[in-house]
Design a protein around this ligand. Structure first.
Ligand SMILES: Cc1cc2nc3c(=O)[nH]c(=O)nc-3n(C[C@H](O)[C@H](O)[C@H](O)COP(=O)(O)OP(=O)(O)OC[C@H]3O[C@@H](n4cnc5c(N)ncnc54)[C@H](O)[C@@H]3O)c2cc1C
Length: 489
């Protein structure tokens, strides 16, 4: 039986990101992935939001994605555009990039970090005991792991086998989504019936066309067919525009469910395995990648015995409310998208409200993930929020805060007089950096905040403590997040 510290089931966006985070922290991790290759059709995510681009920037890999996609103001609530170009972030935009392009780029990075991916293999069950988990893999000897993470999508076997409740709403509406070739020139754009047609390559126009159509029924057995697609086209447009062929046809619904717990003993859930919701607002992949960045360093510290197992409880405590909020805003967006006149009036009202600065900022910060605030208690407004990517001067020259996070290690950033704190009890875990910063500190939605003298930044880019280096709470924060002080040598 092969042993690993962590086995990840599923090498989609969430599993790949988690594997990268664990590998950066020196954890022995393996991915088991059912698909034989990284190929995925274009029915899924169409892009990245600002905070996801930021977390990739924190690892020094944002450019790989930016150069493959198309930067744009992609943010929408119930179809209402929300511009974030005035937001205080280097990435004050979204990135149009199909999941089919995103996954191979992320997989390349994971490959560079040396993570093995067992492709074409399926996890079919597991059994956990006090010291680890036996993971049953179809056709292969079992794997033994200290922890098993289910990143295996909405139908997660890991979640079901762990007996974790997936509470929420059944679907009320079903949509077909397809990439098709048509003999006639279709009428482009959105239809009030709940669908639309657009060129797949928006820059070049022309076919193939991407089609989204609301279906008349919700319950379907089996995969969607050409016949159903044709029927739905005729129902929406009165014609199938000479539908010739489909490169792929898929289906999605407005089901909204969330795992009651993101952890059961030595088994954890992340990404779609932990939360499914309608695709409105394009938040699924983004939320999964950010789950992974929250979990990775914590799991690594527990595995290498830096931190007690209780650190893993903060993963559920921090990420479950984020997932719940995504379910909530997507349910609202679906309700608003009903095609009748009353809902149109409601959409118009929302659009008017969202044209005002304060509501626009709040909704855009929520959908982009830039306003995520983990509840770490009261204190400086930075506490629990994302650290802004400041330009700073260090002894090594000018740099950016995100550059200091490339290795996924915690950073104690001192912006006051150099020195002034004895980091030696945490030296092997926390990087102490003396730096200077001249500009203002500005956060999305909150605006300008008082400049702290020092900040303790977690590997996920969230602030664990902010204040004076003489603050007695600093050693406590270091111990809480990065393990007990080592005795003096
Ligand atoms: C129509 C549509 C549009 C969307 N648009 C957006 C968008 O614009 N923006 C956005 O952020 N998100 C969007 N999403 C959501 C996004 O696609 C998902 O949230 C994202 O793929 C979740 O990633 P994941 O890695 O958690 O799960 P998945 O991508 O589902 O990956 C799970 C992986 O686990 C593997 N697996 C499953 N079971 C096993 C097993 N037993 N053993 C081994 N491997 C297994 C699967 O093969 C798969 O590779 C959209 C989804 C849909 C359907």
């Amino acid at each position: 039986m092969t042993e690993h510290a962590v086995v990840i089931t599923g090498g989609g966006p969430t599993g790949l990101m988690l594997a990268g985070e664990l590998a950066l922290a020196g954890t022995d991790v393996v991915i088991v992935e059912r698909r034989a290759s990284q190929d995925v059709d274009r029915s899924r995510a169409g892009g990245l939001h600002s905070r996801t681009i930021e977390v990739l920037d924190q690892r020094g890999i944002a450019e790989r994605f930016l150069s493959a996609g198309h930067v744009a103001q992609v943010q929408r609530f119930a179809g209402i555009p929300l511009d974030i170009s005035d937001f205080p972030t280097r990435h004050n935009y979204g990135l149009a990039l199909w999941q089919s392009r995103f996954e191979p780029i992320l997989a390349d990075w994971v490959g560079e970090l040396g993570v093995p991916i067992l492709r074409g293999r399926e996890v079919v069950g597991f059994a956990q005991d006090d010291t680890g988990v036996d993971v049953e893999v179809s056709g292969d000897p079992s794997l033994r792991a200290e922890y098993l993470v289910g990143c295996d999508g909405g139908r997660s076997l890991i979640r079901k086998a762990a007996g974790i409740d997936f509470a929420g709403l059944d679907p009320s509406t079903s949509w077909l989504i397809a990439e098709v070739e048509m003999d006639e020139e279709p009428e482009l754009g959105m239809r009030p019936e709940g669908g639309g047609i657009g060129p797949v390559n928006r820059l070049e126009g022309g076919g193939p066309f991407g089609v989204v159509l609301r279906e008349r029924h919700v319950d379907h057995a089996g995969d969607p067919s050409m016949h159903e697609l044709r029927e739905a086209l005729v129902a929406a447009y009165g014609t199938d525009y000479g539908l010739r062929s489909a490169n792929w046809i898929s289906r999605f619904t407005d089901m909204a469910r969330q795992a009651a717990s993101y952890r059961h003993g030595r088994v954890l859930l992340a990404g779609d395995a932990a939360h499914v919701h309608p695709p409105q607002g394009g938040q699924g992949l983004n939320t999964g990648v950010q789950d992974a960045v929250n979990l990775g360093w914590k799991l690594a510290q527990v595995v290498n015995k830096t931190s007690p197992e209780s650190l893993l409880d903060t993963y559920h405590a921090e990420r479950h409310p984020v997932g719940a909020r995504v379910l909530h805003n997507t349910m609202a967006a679906v309700a608003l998208s009903s095609p009748d006149d009353r809902h149109q009036a409601l959409r118009d009202t929302m659009a008017e409200l969202l044209s005002m600065d304060e509501p626009r900022r709040r909704f855009a910060a929520m959908l982009s993930g830039l306003d995520i605030h983990y509840d770490l208690g009261g204190g400086h407004p930075l506490l629990g929020r994302r650290m802004p990517d400041l330009d700073v001067h260090t002894a090594a020259g000018p740099t950016r805060v995100f550059t200091l996070l490339h290795e996924a290690r915690p950073v104690l950033l001192n912006l006051g007089e150099p020195g002034g704190f004895d980091i030696s009890p945490w030296k092997n875990r926390v990087r102490f950096v003396d730096a200077r910063h001249a500009g203002v500190w500005e956060l999305p939605v909150l605006g300008e905040v008082a400049a702290p003298r020092a900040v303790l930044i977690r590997p996920d880019g969230h602030v664990a403590w902010a204040g004076e280096l003489t603050d007695p709470e600093l050693p406590q924060a270091l111990a809480t997040w990065f393990g007990a002080a080592n005795p003096a040598p």
